[in-house]
Design a protein around this ligand. Structure first.
Ligand SMILES: [Zn+2]
Ligand SMILES: [Zn+2]
Length: 80
């Protein structure tokens, strides 16, 4: 409890609003919607989680990597 309180106090101080580069909203390549999280190929193509779910079995043959429909590059899940 005391630890939590002191953490909150510190968070309320200066600099609790960190600007993270990764938190930018990026439009999905397919549905053009912005999403808080997108899968990104090294070629720059972005796929939101919704499109990834809908096309999962077309994009991924093993559940470990997904193939970019644009450049054909294999991208791993989780190494963003
Ligand atoms: Zn999408
Ligand atoms: Zn690509």
């Amino acid at each position: 409890m005391q630890d939590l309180l002191s953490e909150n106090k510190r968070a309320g101080g200066t600099g609790y609003r960190e600007r993270r580069k990764k938190s930018r909203m990026e439009p999905c390549h397919w549905c053009r919607n912005t999403a808080p999280f997108v899968w990104q190929c090294r070629c720059g193509l972005r796929i939101c989680q919704t499109c990834m779910d809908e096309n999962f079995w077309g994009l991924s043959c093993n559940g470990i990597t997904w193939v970019c429909p644009d450049c054909g590059e294999q991208n791993g899940f989780g190494n963003h």
